[in-house]
Design a protein around this ligand. Structure first.
Ligand SMILES: [Zn+2]
Length: 387
């Protein structure tokens, strides 16, 4: 039999390949694929349009329905400007902690998932097991949707997806979704003494921003629905985080740029929020054009991520509850690829080792205890799949 690596050895290998989102992840994909192939497992790549990144997925066990997918992303956030006490691209163990970029988010889970796939390949599984490794998660969850689409005709459609984002091995069944726009108000410059003949991009932009304030006040005043009530805050929020515009105090601003982000609580329809926003933009644009017809508002969508909606009797959550003994109800405020699997018709849950508080930080770490808890979870999963 070819060499079988421990989860720790796999983690060390994965961390040593710095797959920061802006760079190619192919060296990591290459290594994982070669390792799986050496054990006789076929893996499938799905490239992005640049051919510099790829997702990788594989299936072991019987070719039947009922598979469980272990889903992770391969990319990590940059370390630029962060004060690290150790080499971020090397796993360094100190005081029960495994330091290194991605140990927590989320190469620790990836390593466990790869280990489990190899174990599953040699076990007599009654239910199949699948591995799905994506790219570009950290820059807006861009890589999972094409991977999910590519998987469906090649491996049997799974009945449960476990997304291993750090959750301290608890079953997390919901998170908010979101979308965001860059807004570019294109006004008309005149001397501010005759401002009625110009279109001040800042003042018209302020109308949209005041609408944002109104929406938040109205949402805050409303009684939350049953699903929304689990979240903090229990409503959809709209936010403007950046703004710039104008050139001088006595010129009506020709340009104003700002960003509008929506965090949509499960239970609300993101498309309804989008429609409300676009209607407001149309209204303000019509007012601008009534003064100077060639003025306009240009929108650029920045990201769009579906929320993870707590499922009623969801298979994925049931599996994780059974394997962890966790019966609490947990939702989180960070977005994941779980909502994208769910949108494609899969039952999905989040469960992975580590604390999200350590993700993206300098001196990111995963405790040995959490890594061990993750391995114990995978061993129980294998027992379950052996039926
Ligand atoms: Zn992550």
């Amino acid at each position: 039999m070819p060499e079988k690596l421990s989860p720790r050895a796999i983690l060390e290998k994965l961390v040593s390949i710095p797959t920061v989102s802006r760079d190619s992840n192919l060296p990591l994909i290459e290594w994982v694929e070669t390792y799986l192939n050496s054990h006789g497992i076929t893996a499938h790549r799905h490239y992005d349009e640049t051919n510099e990144k790829a997702a990788l997925f594989a299936h072991v066990g019987p070719v039947t329905e009922g598979a469980v997918v272990l889903s992770g992303h391969t990319d990590v956030v940059p370390v630029d400007g962060q004060p690290w006490g150790t080499n971020p691209f090397e796993v360094v163990e100190k005081d029960g902690k495994l330091y290194g970029r991605g140990t927590c988010d989320m190469k620790g889970f990836d390593a466990l998932a790869i280990w489990t796939l190899i174990e599953g390949h040699y076990a007599d599984l009654k239910r199949p097991l699948q591995l799905a490794l994506s790219y570009d998660e950290e820059i807006g969850c861009l890589g999972a949707p094409p991977m999910i689409e590519a998987m469906q005709p090649i491996v049997t459609k799974a009945s449960a997806v476990i997304v291993g984002e750090p959750s301290m091995m608890q079953a997390v069944s919901g998170h908010k979704g979101g979308f965001g726009y860059h807004v570019h108000m294109q006004g008309f410059e005149v001397h501010s003494s005759i401002l009625h003949t110009g279109v001040n991009a800042i003042l018209y932009g302020a109308k949209i921003i005041e609408w944002v304030n109104q929406m938040n006040s109205e949402s805050m005043a409303k009684e939350p629905g049953e699903v929304a009530a689990k979240f903090d805050p229990p409503f959809t929020t709209v936010h403007v985080g950046t703004i710039k515009g104008g050139t001088a105090h006595n010129i009506t601003a020709k340009d104003c740029w700002f960003g509008v982000d929506f965090r949509v609580v499960p239970g609300d329809d993101a498309e309804d929020w989008r429609d409300l926003f676009l209607a407001k933009v149309d209204e303000v644009e019509a007012e601008m054009q009534a003064v100077v017809p060639e003025t306009k508002i240009v929108l650029e969508e920045r990201f769009q991520l579906p929320g993870l909606v707590p499922e009623e009797n969801g298979e994925a959550e049931a599996i994780v509850r059974r394997l962890t003994g966790d019966n609490g109800s947990h939702v989180v405020s960070y977005g994941t690829e779980g909502g994208q699997f769910q949108e494609a018709g899969y039952s999905a849950v989040i469960c992975g080792p580590g604390d999200i508080a350590q993700a993206h930080q300098p001196n990111e770490y995963l405790t040995v205890a959490q890594f061990d808890a993750g391995k114990a979870f995978m061993e129980r999963l294998l027992v379950m799949l052996k039926g």
